[in-house]
Design a protein around this ligand. Sequence first.
Ligand code: ASP
Length: 319
Amino acid sequence: MNKTYQCLLGFIFFLHPNFISSQDVYGLVIHGGAGTITRENLTAEKETAYREILNEALKVGFTIIENGGSALDAVEATIRIMEDSPLFNAGKGAVFTNAGTNELDASIMDGSSLQAGAVAGVKTIKNPITAARKVMEETWHVILSGDGADHFAKEQGLAIVENTYFHTKRRWDSLKKVKEKEKHGTVGCVALDKIGNLAAGTSTGGLTNKRWGRIGDSPIVGAGTYANNETCGVSGTGQGEYFIRGNIAYDVSAMMEYKSISVKDAAFQVIDKLTDRGGSGGVIAMNRIGEIAMPFNTKGMYRGYLMNDKNLVIKIYND
Ligand code: ASP
């Protein structure tokens, strides 16, 4: 290799250190919603079913990253697994609005470019997280909503379903017993890939018995989802109105940026603030060196992580 060529390569690597070094730490953290989840109200069979899907979702995302795929690809694929399961309040298992319809929200953010995409109030998109990514990559917008978003997804060739695809008996019964509206089940993922990029995504059916047309925090960048390689990736779940007013996901990142505190301290302090304001929910967060925080102020939160040390952790209750 001649000197000029060597110099040129050195310069490129200086500009893009990520090209040459594969990270020591990579992996992902997920949640499947926070709420009144206790040992008393979750049967052993249900618990096993939840653990199985969380396990599968973690493994699918991890395999993508381990094979050199991007954090974005991992976030999208992981969330799709949970969207396709009737267990979670996202995709197939979405809750009902007060009008008896299902209206779904989702967002995704790339921590390396601060690009983001979201869909809100969609009724026919089988996997809203994929539509959110298309908005990010194929348009110059951040959020598309309602019929316009459904139309866009169809144009993009995504899987389209009848709104009845989202009708599950369990969620219909929840609508009838409106008192169950505190139960959540939103899904989210934060991934860190081998070149040190973070990405985050969130997908939900919203809150049971929400007014039709209501949009929650999940498609709002900074409220339900945020990712910035300089700080962390975050996905939230809980009472969306509190998450929007508190800019919860961005607040975790801002606390790290402005106060130079750890991802754990930032995430826990943000959930403390949420508690003080009377809101309920939780977040998952991970920084660029793979440190994870999963605080919540509800009885439980489906959550787990799988990092390159191959230690797969899944937790549900508040212990
Ligand atoms: N945050 C979601 C919303 O308010 C609901 C949830 O996370 O359970 O739409």
